[in-house]
Design a protein around this ligand. Structure first.
Ligand SMILES: Cc1cc2nc3c(=O)[nH]c(=O)nc-3n(C[C@H](O)[C@H](O)[C@H](O)COP(=O)(O)O)c2cc1C
Length: 153
């Protein structure tokens, strides 16, 4: 989702989303993900300027998953799984999210703004908010059953 209403998101809802990401499966069960919750308008503007994608400025809350690369044996895998669980939990609560990719050359400035230590990595940022318009669901018609291979490819 890329357009958010101005309705605020409760801290309890953000905590539920964070818990879903925390309890997601993680490499060797290390649960090495930590979370930065960003609501400050100036910080959101700064991040939006660096990342260059509208949802970053317009969502009421931004959630950044960061992983301690000294602890996780598979940092990027952990971030992808944690992000997915966060997004599914948000959707279950009627909230919209988006996976906003962070480019490698954007990381230095983001670290500076958010005080993220060098041994923590991140791959995306997740805006969270209530949908501005009705969300379009996927339908069965969109699914190509030819993608399922039985027994062998
Ligand atoms: C690895 C990955 C990177 C993505 N990067 C972006 C992004 O930078 N900006 C964006 O608006 N959406 C991004 N998306 C979201 C997708 O473009 C798409 O919106 C999402 O898959 C939902 O649409 P769909 O259900 O039609 O696939 C990304 C998704 C994934 C999984």
């Amino acid at each position: 989702m890329r357009q958010y209403s101005e309705e605020p998101v409760l801290d309890e809802s953000v905590n539920d989303i964070i818990k879903a990401a925390h309890f997601a499966p993680s490499a060797m069960g290390k649960h090495a993900i930590e979370f930065v919750v960003i609501k400050d308008e100036a910080a959101k503007e700064g991040l939006s300027r660096i990342i260059g994608q509208d949802p970053v400025a317009s969502a009421p809350v931004l959630l950044l998953l960061v992983v301690n690369a000294d602890i996780s044996p598979m940092p990027e895998h952990d971030l992808a799984v944690g992000s997915s669980f966060a997004m599914v939990q948000a959707a279950a609560m009627g909230l919209g999210t988006a996976w906003i990719h962070i480019e490698k050359d954007q990381k230095k400035e983001i670290r500076k703004i958010l005080d993220i230590p060098e041994n923590y990595d991140f791959i995306n940022i997740i805006p969270i908010g209530y949908p501005k318009d009705e969300l379009l669901d996927h339908s069965d018609n969109d699914f190509d059953r030819g993608k399922i291979h039985s027994e062998k490819f």
